[in-house]
Design a protein around this ligand. Structure first.
Ligand code: F0G
Length: 382
């Protein structure tokens, strides 16, 4: 059998495109390289001539896309001599930070909104031995506190305002282009802080831009003046229209201003003050994409549709990308004949409570008798 090298994570795979030195100690759990699954049944149900792929980021080591950024952020934090990291989180960042800190042998402090994160995520932060700080406030308040405390205490912030996070996350775009042989026409993502949509755009631009271009103003992404690797001037390949969907109760990009009391069943994106506000608007304008919102009912419907019709279980926030895309396909805003990718940012097992609450599948409780089992089969055979 031909020898196939062991996959050891996205930093090793994309080393030449990441700010990594030859002797850097890499903190990895084998993240990245997630499946790009073509939907078979949902497009048929829609009767739509579109190719829909989902990038199943829930299959990263801690069950979300955050691991792509965290491998970079923690690797760089350790390289720079940091002994502790800190983040505010709606759950997935804290789970990821806790795991990568454990792997690196450093301490993670995680600030989470009390009672507003999914059970699986809390279990992860606790199991990996992070210091869990529940605040009587929401994510946005936690983020503000983290920024303030990091000025006073020896801790490295690993939220997506840490530029190494976006560097790691841009690799999802590389993987998609390599697998499809081109960029999709549309790339749909759930948007909270807007770090991930920004990271994907960096990835697509970098992939298609050859060696970059001269810029006159400082680049919004890499802050470089003069020569920029991401500058639009040098784009040679195709890039997708980037489409960001938010939950209706937490939709600052649709309202056009910050939202103080965000609410949604999709707790991962219960964010009213996005940290990458300016970047995300640049992405929207440069790519020719748009922002829109989905109701909680639309989000849960899409989550269930994916689980029941395609066998793919993602958490509610993740389903926002598909929920919005389905609507835009129906209205023709996403053109017939196009290829689109929806990112499924986190695994469904993260939030079992929401899944069980909305499930309508029959759960039968019967006596442990053959005849009763037989009857259950007869009654339920399609
Ligand atoms: N989907 C999931 C499952 C998330 O956990 C997040 C963000 C997003 C989408 C939005 O990504 O912020 O880059 O626009 N979760 C962060 C956290 C805020 O703390 O886990 P974004």
């Amino acid at each position: 059998m031909p020898f196939r090298p062991r996959y050891t994570g996205l930093i090793e795979r994309y080393r030449d495109r990441l700010p990594i030195h030859d002797n850097t100690r890499i903190i990895s759990l084998g993240e990245g390289n997630t499946p790009l699954i073509r939907l078979n049944n949902i497009p048929d149900l829609l009767g739509a001539e579109v190719e829909i792929y989902v990038k199943y980021e829930g299959l990263n080591p801690t069950g979300s896309f955050k691991d792509r950024g965290m491998t970079m952020a923690v690797t760089k934090a350790v390289e720079q001599g940091s002994r502790a990291i800190i983040c505010a989180s709606t759950g997935n960042t804290s789970a990821s930070a806790a795991a990568y800190a454990a792997r690196a042998g450093i301490t993670a402090f995680v600030l989470i909104p009390d009672g507003k994160i999914a059970q699986g995520k809390l279990a992860q932060a606790m199991m990996h031995g992070s210091v869990v700080i529940q605040i009587k406030g929401n994510f946005d308040e936690g983020m503000k506190l983290v920024k303030e405390v990091a000025e006073r205490a020896p801790v490295t912030i690993v939220n997506s305002i840490n530029p190494f996070r976006l560097q790691g996350q841009k690799t999802a775009a590389f993987e998609i282009v390599e697998e499809l042989g081109r960029a999709p026409d549309y790339h749909c993502l759930p948007v909270g802080n807007a770090g991930n949509i920004t990271a994907h755009w960096i990835g697509y631009c970098e992939y298609s831009s050859g060696s970059g271009a001269q810029v006159t103003e400082a680049c919004v992404f890499c802050a470089s003046e003069g020569h920029c690797r991401f500058a639009s001037g040098a784009i040679v390949g195709n890039r997708p229209k980037m489409v960001g969907y938010q939950a209706a109760g937490s939709a600052p990009f649709i309202q056009g201003h910050m939202v103080d009391n965000p609410e949604t069943v999709a707790t991962a994106i219960r964010i009213g003050h996005p940290q990458s506000w300016d970047h995300a608007w640049t992405v929207q304008k440069e790519s020719g994409g748009w922002f829109d919102s989905c109701t909680d009912a639309e989000i849960l419907h899409a989550q269930k549709l994916l689980a029941e019709k395609e066998g793919i279980f993602c958490e509610p926030a993740s389903a926002t990308s598909l929920a919005g895309a389905l609507r835009d396909i129906k209205t023709g805003k996403i053109a017939a004949g196009s290829t689109l990718v929806c990112t499924l940012t986190g695994h469904g097992l993260k939030d079992p409570d929401t899944a069980i609450q909305q499930s309508t599948a029959p759960v039968l409780t019967i006596a442990a008798e053959l005849s009763r089992v037989q009857k259950a089969i007869e009654d339920n055979l399609a």
